[in-house]
Ligand binder design. Sequence first.
Ligand code: FAD
Ligand code: NAD
Length: 463
Amino acid sequence: MKEINCKLLIIGAGPGGYVCAIRAGQLGIDTVIVEQAKSGGTCLNVGCIPSKALIHAGEEFHKVRQMAGDKALFGIRVQQPTLDLAETMVWKSGIVSHLSNGIVGLLQKAKVKVLEGKARFRDGKTVLVETETGSQIVRAENIVIATGSAPVELPDLPFGGDVLSSAEALSLQEVPRRLVVVGGGYIGLELGTAFAKMGSDVTIVEATGQILPQYDADLVKPVAKRLSELGVTVLTNMIAKSLDNKGLVIADPDGNQQTLRADKVLVTVGRRPRTDGLGLEELGLDMAGRLIRIDERCRTSMRGVFAIGDVTGEPMLAHRASAQGEMVAEIVSGAKRVWDKRCIPAVCFTDPEVVSVGLSPAEARAQGNEVTIGQFSFSANGRAMTMGDESGFVRIVARADNHLVLGIQAVGSGVSELSGAFALAVEMGARLEDIAGTIHTHPTRSEAFQEAAFKALGHGLHG
Ligand code: FAD
Ligand code: NAD
């Protein structure tokens, strides 16, 4: 059996693992990364990128369809358009391949050794990798577990046939006529909206009393309104049970059942850490339920073994995984680093988009802060009007005493692109006066950010 010795071994080449490997390579650390599938992980291959491609295609198709309706959009009228989903998928797959090859190139440039195969721990310093050409032993001074997550399967609604996980939904060749989405969270709403715009008759079944239960009602309201305009049926306080020959059986909390007819059922009820087959039992790591427990340096309970990304729990976001990966590479190089981020921005790419950075008003108050809040609506923003979508707002939550910004939320078309500015403000410890005192370009949606700060200071200019 072949043997490799290295300073750093990374298991999993998703946004956590591959970023860790690139940074380690740049720092001159002798690094090996093992990947059992494709570089880029869930995010690139069956997550962030393909979903955003479909969301964009759905949005464009929907706009053109509106132009073919009774009322012209922006004065533009077109003939009835058609969508060839198979062709859309070819376009989407092209982006994925291009980016995946790019990651391989970046790893090579950083002099990282890439091993294709499935890794399994033998002990805290040794991993067995099953490759197509046989087994290899890798001995490493440090090991990073970056194995990500997999979709949760409902016991009575297993994946297969017409029951899809997000991965299969992102490769459909035809737009399903009737699509039932189980779970009104991130994935269910992003993909449910995309398919509704592509022409599916969509029903969303959500177990709790509100879609996107992680966000407050004010943020969710414009999303719910748009879903209704798109003809999407949203059923809250409903649990999906099973699929029979008549359709999907759902039940309310009192056990009253109904059956929804469906051509495809997309199950998006969360993700679980991927640790099966990894041999974690050989290590006896401290766990937090099914998640690997880590400290503020992403160290597990075993010396020299780190864990990053989805396998360590919420928020299961690509940029969190990458930030952890970058930090761990530096720690392995000897740098004194610790997880000291003030916020991890989150965006839900619904229509309109939702951004949340830092604390919501309720969270800020629950932490004992007296807060001042400034909210500015896009209905008073010129750029929003010129783009034909004035729904939503920007909201800033600050401490009442010293105006330190604790959180920023927004809902509106294209607000994902404001998330970097929001995160920078929170990370830099901005005060309301800093945002109000920064000249924001006219005409842009970002002016709503500055206006929200003016409003929190008690002197809004445009509303
Ligand atoms: P992963 O990306 O899951 O990568 C882990 C890698 O490890 C995989 O490639 C896997 O094959 C490999 N692996 C596992 N076990 C082994 C083993 N034993 N040996 C070798 N290799 C192994 N996040 C966002 O921030 N923004 C978004 O817009 C967004 N959209 C999403 C849309 C969808 C549909 C989904 C499903 C997820 C989305 N996410 C989004 C979440 C994002 O994909 C994850 O947070 C991110 O991929 C986590 O990165 P990771 O490196 O921890 O794990
Ligand atoms: P989620 O946690 O966002 O939503 C799952 C939803 O399913 C919840 O609202 C839950 O109440 C509901 N649910 C659970 N069991 C149910 C049942 N039996 N019947 C009906 N409803 C049920 O999970 P997700 O949408 O699968 O996404 C997983 C993770 O992926 C997210 O937490 C997020 O971290 C990540 N993600 C991020 C983005 C982004 O950043 N834009 C996009 C997609 C996914």
